[in-house]
Unconditional design. Structure first.
Length: 119
């Protein structure tokens, strides 16, 4: 299984970015899909998660600004980020709990995509 993230970049405060993450491989099913971020010198933290039924959960710091969504047919999760702030800067990682033909449910991580927000 591979998770390929894209969409990061550099924006000014108040700007927007949309991240995408596609899961590929011998996938039978996907439960939770989510986004985490890690700022320099800090631990990785949950940004948003979406379950297979569509329910979502967000970190308090991004509520009202970020929207997570998924396309189950395309094994893809998105993160629309609006009103970006400098404190949103970090490497964003996608995560998914996946079952494949060869492995039971387990968590997989994408390679990370850099988001930089300047003031």
């Amino acid at each position: 299984v591979q998770l390929q993230a894209s969409g990061g970049g550099s924006v000014h405060a108040g700007g927007s970015l949309k991240l995408s993450c596609v899961a590929s491989g011998s996938i039978i099913g996907i439960k939770n899909m989510g986004w985490y971020r890690q700022a320099p010198g800090k631990q990785r933290e949950l940004v948003a998660v979406i379950i297979s039924g569509g329910g979502t959960n967000y970190a308090d710091s991004v509520k009202g600004r970020f929207t997570i969504s998924r396309d189950n047919a395309a094994n893809t999760v998105y993160l629309q980020m609006n009103s970006l702030k400098p404190e949103d800067t970090g490497v964003y990682y996608c995560n998914a709990r996946i079952i494949t033909l060869l492995r039971d449910w387990m968590d997989y991580w994408g390679q990370g995509t850099q988001v930089t927000v300047s003031s």
